[in-house]
Every structure is written in C-alpha cells, then in structure tokens.
Write a protein that binds this ligand. Structure first.
Ligand code: UDP
Length: 327
C-alpha cells in the first residue's frame, strides 16, 4: 500500500514507519519536526516537512494514497491542563484538516492514535472500549473529539477508520543497526525521567501524588512495549472496513504503580534511584488498565514483550547508547 504517516519523526510514528517499510509498503512521512527528530526519519521513506494542518498539500487525489496513519499530536497530559488551547489546535483541528483532505482525495482508510486518556477515571477495570468516556484532561478530550469525528466520518462518507487507544508506551526499537526510542524535550514521561535519574543526569525522581485510591497510593498505569503497539497498527490497517470505525484498546492488562516502575528501573539499571513524593499532577486519573480482549480477538494481536522488565531494559539500552553517549 502507499501510506502517509503523520508524525513519522516521533517515537511511535518512526517505529511504525520502519515496520511498514519492512512489510513492503511505500511510506511518505509528514512531520514538522516540532517534537519529532530528524534522526528518527527512515531513509527509505519520502519526507515532507509540514504541519498536519497543511496536509492537503500532500494528500491529493493524484497522490493516490491507500491509507493514512495519523500520529502527529501533542501528548503530555500535564501540559494540556495549563496550555489546553495548543491541544485543541494541534490534536483536534489538525485531525479535522486531515479528515477534510482524506475525504477530498478519496483515501479509503485511516488509523488513528487515540489514547486511554479518553476514559478519565474509569468506572470499570480493566477498561473495555465500551466504558464511559470522561477525560480528566484536555489531552484526552482533544483525542476523544477526533474519535467521535471518525465515527461520523465512517458512517457518512464510508471511511474505513480504526482508533487504537494506547495505554502507556515504553521500550525501544533496536534491530538491524537501527535504534529508535523515546526522547522528548523537555521530558515529561515517567520511565525516561527515571532513567535520567538512574544515569545521574537528574537529582531525583518526583512521584506525583501518593494519596490516590490505589494499593500503594501512587497512580497505576498499563505499560506496553512500543514494538507490540507498532505491530497493532499493521494489523489495524488490514482489519479496517469501509464505513466502519473500529476501536481497540492496546495495553497488556496489568497495572504498575509509579513506585513499582521506580523499582523496576532500579533493578534493570543497577543504579540508585532517589525518589521524592511531590504533589499530584493535575488531570491524572488514578488507574488506567486496559482490557485488550477485543484487539486480541479481532486483530489476532498478541504482545511479544509483555513484561515491564523487557520494556525498561530496551529503553535503558536506547538511553545509554543514543542519548547519554551522544550528550
Ligand atoms: N509521573 C511522575 N513523575 C514524573 C512523571 C510522571 O510521578 O516525573 C507520573 C504521572 O503523574 C502519572 C504516571 O507517572 O501518574 C505516568 O505519567 P506519564 O506522563 O509517563 O504518562 P501518562 O499516563 O500521563 O500518559
């Protein structure tokens, strides 16, 4: 297939791009490098440096794309509480611009990076796709709006749409001399921050809140290896059906508290990890754990690296070789 990957210079988009190329697809990457990294671009993909709002320059009838995988977005839940407007503009308005272009050009299928943040504080655990959607931060709301737009787009105009609701993604892609991993500037995510502390690049890990209604009082998240998540995109492309909007949670179904994550980082790195409890981060749900029964049954998706130990080991290998040694 000829595919457009928006956000193909980012963490997940760059890894999916490599896997699509490996599977024999032709890929065009659209990214404005605002949060993406040039080094993450696949040499075999064509690169267009532009924001998603300008996607109609690329997605034309003549370009004859068979599908779009839409990753380009802002992703920091905490930041979205203080700068909501950039989340609505980038994530929601940007996606609507993409849908306009897709419709005008007659692109048949689209896979969207949705998020567990659409559920807010879940009323049932593990969370099925049918659970109440009540986001606790503008990040989740900005993505839920797109999920809703996709449902109506599929119903009214026949798009074959798939939303993958990511839980917490970790690990790296390390093979055939290619190393792709998580890097954000500034870093806001728990595991990469903990690795920076373990490496002595930060003084301590602040754990945001220890008075949540969870076993040890810290937030609980469901972690998934980025390679497993990437594979779900290739399966989603194949499963997409005209006029339908399929929605899948993608997680492992087991939760780790922030304190448990810190412990695994200590184990894997063999370094001390000073931790300090800090106030809660606004907008954080206490516990997000996926039921991925639907993805397993419908897509035949089976995670190959389900342990947090594997994810942190790969993230640490990437961090040491590609961030620490290059600083
Ligand atoms: N977190 C933390 N300290 C940090 C960064 C994150 O305690 O320096 C917590 C955060 O409050 C949440 C969990 O780690 O409970 C996962 O946050 P992250 O930003 O990694 O992902 P999110 O779940 O927001 O997508």
């Amino acid at each position: 297939m000829k595919l457009l990957v928006t956000g193909g210079a980012g963490y997940i988009g760059s890894i999916v791009t490599r896997m699509l190329l490996d599977a024999g697809h032709q890929v065009v990457v659209l990214d404005d490098l605002r949060t993406g990294y040039e080094v993450a671009l696949a040499p075999d993909a064509q690169f267009v440096n532009a924001p998603v709002h300008e996607v109609s320059r690329v997605v034309t009838a003549d370009a004859a794309f068979d599908g779009v995988l839409h990753f380009a977005a802002l992703i920091a839940a905490g930041e979205s509480m203080v700068r909501p407007e950039i989340y609505w503009r980038n994530n929601t308005i940007g996606s609507l611009a993409l849908l306009d272009a897709v419709r005008a050009a007659g692109v048949p299928r689209l896979v969207f990076s949705s998020t567990a943040a659409v559920y807010g504080n879940p009323t049932e655990l593990p969370i099925p796709e049918t659970a109440v959607k009540s986001p606790t931060n503008p990040y989740g709301a900005s993505k839920l709006a797109v999920d809703m737009a996709l449902t109506s787009e599929a119903g009214a105009h026949g798009l074959a749409a798939v939303s993958l609701r990511y839980f917490n993604v970790a690990g790296a892609y390390l093979r055939d001399g290619v190393a792709l991993g998580e890097r954000h500037d500034p870093e806001t995510h728990l595991i990469p921050i903990a690795l920076e502390v373990a490496a002595g690049r930060r003084e301590k890990l602040q754990i945001f809140g220890d008075d949540y209604p969870t076993e040890d009082g810290t937030c609980v998240r469901d972690y998934i290896h980025v390679e497993d998540l990437a594979r779900a995109h290739l399966l989603a492309l194949e499963a997409a059906q005209p006029g339908e909007h399929l929605i899948f949670n993608v997680g492992n179904g087991s939760g780790f508290s922030n304190r448990q994550v810190a412990e695994v980082v200590r184990e894997v790195t063999g370094h001390p990890l000073p931790v300090e409890v800090a106030p809660r981060r606004e907008g954080d749900p206490a516990e997000l754990v996926a039921s991925s029964a639907r993805a397993r049954a419908t897509l035949g998706w089976i995670p190959a690296k389900p342990t947090l130990h594997d994810m942190v080991s790969d993230a640490w290998a990437f961090y040491r070789t590609h961030i620490l040694e290059q600083q």
